[in-house]
Design a protein around this ligand. Structure first.
Ligand SMILES: *Cc1c(COP(=O)(O)O)cnc(C)c1O
Length: 401
């Protein structure tokens, strides 16, 4: 860098950056970007090697499905690549409408609205619907995007203990029905892989005249008889006011949806800032998501394979003595607690040809650092057996089991 007449030595800002990074490093919490080459699949090319991938959210293997790729090509021929403006200006295109219509039909709601990402959906939905006179009941382990949405809304936040319905009821009882109140929860928790008790949440919401919003990011394509998510799994689809989810995980694509009443969607179109002040998704992205939705609806076999693999992997890990916490989904945490030990576990596995990421604070609470592994429909039994063998070997070496 050349000198533009600045004073010698580090400026305060540069010192701040360096200190922060050094502190993260010291605590074993510094993060680095690494690069995957080639397409996403059960095996990936990573730093010059072919390695078993146990850390993507690509549960059904659709991220590299040729049918999604073809949908992208077809759409580009028809609609071009970029949306060129926000949806409210001239960037609203047929692929957006088709996907919204399909999702509303699938979820049995009057309407659906697309957002560019799940993160943007949560901050845009929550901050437009709720304000400082309102109350939000939020599970302590909800995704960061929900927490950010609540902060942005200015609503009063009541955090309840993870999945603790007695605590939630106590908080509901201590607040006024005259306020606009909403319970918000992940339907599958992204770091623990457990499931929110939507049946009980819906019942409490009825008893205390409270709204319910769910985030089905990890559940869409995975849970329920036809892959619609946890609302289908619990048979409570008609009782959820705001059904949000994403196309970025099991659907293998990108973007997010919000399904609900016609008035809810029209409200969001008018008031949700992360919908209004951003360019529409490239229509081809919506076309790929639509193809994924069709596959999810039709191909029960794919979902059955995912669950076979999940049950096989989790049973093997438990038998070996690992603490998989309350996982009941293809997200399987291996509790290690110490962040440095989690990183060491992950890097030893990497040397053996297995890619599993270590998850540390602030993504998870202090003293709950873990490996977070995810299973895919198209992992083979041989690959899972190989993984189980190496987990066991390294788990012993490190004194984790
Ligand atoms: C991944 C995730 C999101 C964010 O979705 P993106 O489309 O990746 O922005 C939101 N909520 C939950 C629960 C998630 O796991």
């Amino acid at each position: 860098m050349h000198d533009r007449g600045r004073p010698a030595g580090l400026t305060m800002f540069e010192q701040f950056l360096k200190n922060t990074l050094a502190e993260l490093e010291q605590n074993g919490l510094r993060r680095f970007l690494r690069e995957t080459q080639g397409p996403q699949g059960p095996m990936i090319h990573f730093e010059g090697r072919e390695i078993l991938n146990l850390c993507s959210n690509n549960y059904l293997g659709l991220a590299n499905d040729s049918r999604l790729g073809q949908a992208v090509l077809d759409s580009i021929k028809e609609e071009g690549y970029g949306a060129a403006a926000s949806r409210l200006i001239c960037g609203n295109m047929p692929s957006h409408r088709r996907l919204e219509e399909r999702m509303a039909k699938l979820k049995g709601t009057q309407k659906c609205l697309l957002f560019s990402t799940g993160y943007m959906a949560n901050i845009g939905i929550i901050s437009s619907l709720f304000g400082k006179d309102d109350l939000i009941f939020s599970d302590r382990l909800n995704h960061a995007s929900i927490i950010d949405g609540i902060r942005l809304s200015g609503a009063e936040l009541k955090r309840y203990k993870h999945k603790d319905m007695d605590h939630l009821e106590q908080l509901l009882r201590s607040t006024s029905e005259l306020q606009k109140r909403c319970i918000i929860t992940d339907s599958i928790f992204s770091m623990d892989g457990d499931i929110a008790p939507l049946d009980k949440i819906v019942e409490l919401a009825k008893n205390y005249s409270c709204l319910v919003m769910i985030d089905e990011a990890h559940a869409f394509g995975v849970m329920g008889e036809t892959g619609k998510g946890c609302a289908e799994h619990f048979g409570v689809e008609g009782s959820i006011d705001i059904q949000m989810g994403t196309f970025s995980k099991a659907a293998g694509s990108f973007g997010a949806y919000c399904c609900g009443s016609a008035d809810l969607i029209d409200f969001l179109i008018n008031k949700s800032r992360s919908f209004i002040y951003t360019t529409g998704l490239p229509p081809s992205v919506a076309a790929a998501s639509l193809k994924a939705v069709e596959i999810i609806e039709r191909e029960t076999l794919l979902r059955n394979k995912l669950w076979d693999n999940t049950n096989y992997m989790r049973a093997g890990l438990r038998l070996a003595g690992f603490d998989t916490m309350k996982s009941a989904t293809p997200i399987i945490p291996l509790l290690v607690k110490d962040p440095n030990l989690a990183v060491e576990f992950s890097s030893k596995l990497f040397k053996e040809g297995i890619f599993v990421s270590a998850v540390r604070p602030p993504t998870v609470p202090v003293n709950t650092s873990r490996l977070r592994l995810t299973v895919m429909a198209n992992h083979s039994k041989t690959e899972i057996d190989f993984a189980l063998n190496r987990f066991q070997k390294i788990g012993h070496e490190l004194g984790i089991i």
